[in-house]
Design a protein around this ligand. Structure first.
Ligand SMILES: [Zn+2]
Length: 428
């Protein structure tokens, strides 16, 4: 028989000390170097395994996709899953991903200190969230979600050094063909909720002067390359009215996309939308030539699927108009289309309580970037907490969150794990 005492008060000191220890072990003067499948990432995972063994006496289990799991068995097999990713981009920050994993260790320590929990707790470190080396992000969580097709999506990938992804996987004990088994591996553990603490990576909470936010879900994305074709001619010989300048068509299109984003944006974080033209390829690319063809990328994001569809339609019209005005033709090639993923209403309510308790207020905002949590949405009730980023940047060694804000976000997350365990325990 187990005698369960109340949990220790949520505290952030050990989490922050662990984050510093991990950063010291896996960063250099250019920032964090925990790129998935490489030696520094393995070093970070060794630290993780040593820490959970030392503090909890628990072993790490690696699933068929390379995700690392630590399990604190409960009275029931029903389980609450939480975690994030230990991998980083090259020259990354000290918090992106690791915050959620390291706070997860503390959640296990708190629950273990109070005896056997009523349900089972799983901490997961997802493999290759960043896609920094091979370009496919959310690899491990997508495998667990059953949405990854390794043969189609991964088998052909090669890194800059010429190493094939299947070989890099094998070096880490993973067989490409077996990665799909990660899905039944996770589902057999009866997961009832997924929770993730992450830094915001953007400037919204900082602008609102809020230390911690409740994440509503992840925005939908429509990403396309748009190609304008006109006529390449000599810059000196061709009068303006006789040109078919593909670059100018693309430029007018880019400005129109900014207006589309402004028009469809509401005033709240939930209704804010974005449109970004991040790549422009001008052909032939001489200072003395009018562009005969220009390719421009468009990345549209919105939390509301209808709004995203309207933006996409408006962008198609704007491209046709800009093409016509410059005597050009236009064609579209799709790069990525992802529906918005909305988090669970009852977990959002619980998270709001926990964040308000720790931080005084609980602003709601969607995430523009995708996260492992988005992959869990179709499988189980899911929610995330954001810690303010200040400065509001990430994927650089300058990424940071002030310690008082970090403290509040960690305490909110620890409370959320506790309440979710109680909630799942009470469910049939
Ligand atoms: Zn991340």
């Amino acid at each position: 028989m187990t005698h369960r005492t109340s949990l220790p008060e949520p505290a952030s000191e050990r989490v922050i000390a662990d984050l510093r220890a991990l950063a010291a072990r896996t960063s250099n003067e250019r920032g964090a170097q925990r790129v998935a499948w490489g030696p520094v990432w393995r070093e970070a995972r060794a630290w993780f395994a040593e820490t959970v063994k030392r503090d909890l006496g628990l072993d790490v289990q690696t699933d068929p996709a390379g995700n690392n799991w630590v399990t604190l068995p409960g009275a029931s097999k029903k389980s609450v899953v939480f975690g994030s990713h230990i991998d980083s981009v090259p020259g990354g920050g000290w918090l992106d991903g690791v915050l959620g994993v390291v706070a997860g260790i503390e959640a296990l320590r708190r629950h273990a200190a109070a005896g056997t929990p009523p349900v089972t707790l799983h901490l997961v470190d997802w493999a290759d969230e960043e896609g920094a080396r091979y370009g496919r992000s959310l690899q491990g969580s997508a495998a667990s979600a059953g949405t990854l097709d390794p043969e189609k999506e991964l088998a052909h990938l090669v890194d800059r050094a010429g190493v094939k992804l299947p070989d890099a996987l094998r070096e880490n004990g993973i067989e490409l063909a077996r990665m799909v088994d990660a899905h039944p591996w996770m589902m057999s553990r009866d997961p009832r909720a997924y929770l993730e603490l992450h830094i915001e990576q953007g400037p919204v909470l900082e602008a609102m002067k809020k230390p911690v936010g409740v994440v509503l879900g992840t925005m939908g994305v429509e990403r396309n390359m748009v190609r304008f074709e006109g006529q390449a001619v000599h810059a000196g010989a061709t009068p303006i009215p006789l040109r078919k300048d593909a670059f100018l068509a693309a430029a007018e299109f880019a400005l129109a996309c900014r207006e589309i984003a402004k028009k469809h944006s509401g005033r709240t974080p939930r209704t804010r939308v974005v449109a970004t033209c991040g790549v422009v390829k001008v052909e032939p690319g001489f200072v003395t030539a009018v562009s005969g063809a220009t390719e421009i990328s468009l990345d549209l994001r919105a939390f509301d699927a209808d709004v995203l569809a309207k933006m996409q339609k408006a962008a198609v019209r704007a491209a046709a108009k800009a093409a016509k005005a410059n005597g050009c033709r236009v064609s579209w090639s799709p790069l990525l289309s992802i529906a918005p993923r909305h988090f669970d209403e009852s977990l959002l309510a619980l998270t709001t309580e926990c964040v308000r308790e720790a931080a005084g207020s609980a602003p709601l905002l969607p995430s523009g970037p995708l996260h492992d949590a988005a992959e869990m949405v179709p499988l189980m009730p899911t929610v995330m907490i954001f810690a303010q980023s200040s400065p509001g940047i990430s994927h650089t060694r300058f990424e940071d969150t002030p310690i008082p804000h970090l403290d509040k976000s960690i305490r909110a997350f620890l409370r959320l794990v506790e309440r979710t365990v109680e909630k799942v325990a009470a469910e049939p």
